[in-house]
Design a protein around this ligand. Sequence first.
Ligand code: 5GP
Ligand code: ZN
Length: 137
Amino acid sequence: MTDCIFCKIAKDEIPASKLYESRNFMVFLDISPANKGHALIVPKMHAQSLTDLPEHVAQEFGELQLRVSKAVMQSTNAEGFNLLLNDGRAAGQEVMHAHMHIMPRFSTDDFHFKWTHKKYGEGEVQEYSERIKTNLT
Ligand code: 5GP
Ligand code: ZN
């Protein structure tokens, strides 16, 4: 996609601090990190959503999450890490090319996930459970 910043990075049209590259993936440092060492795993093909990725690409995506998480932890002395994939504008996605954040975390940092915990009404746990199970192929 011509006006996509991550497609431009994939084509080396704009620079990035690349940490790893394979035929289908690149890993580079987020330009505006939540903490230093915050990395992004990005498929080279343009897909807006995780759900648009072909199975073989999604498999490598999963493997890279494990490898990059270990490398980030070993390199930053972080106490923990978050994996975050914002999928869709409603979920906070700003770059509309699927990517996974690997964020090193420290007990003293200023990063917080916050949401209000909803409650299921009568019969809703079963209803949601059945609906999702039906679509889980
Ligand atoms: P999103 O909100 O879409 O999940 O996150 C997009 C991330 O991409 C942000 O954390 C932002 O800092 C990062 N980002 C945006 N533009 C660039 C860029 O040109 N280079 C790099 N390395 N990161 C970028
Ligand atoms: Zn793209």
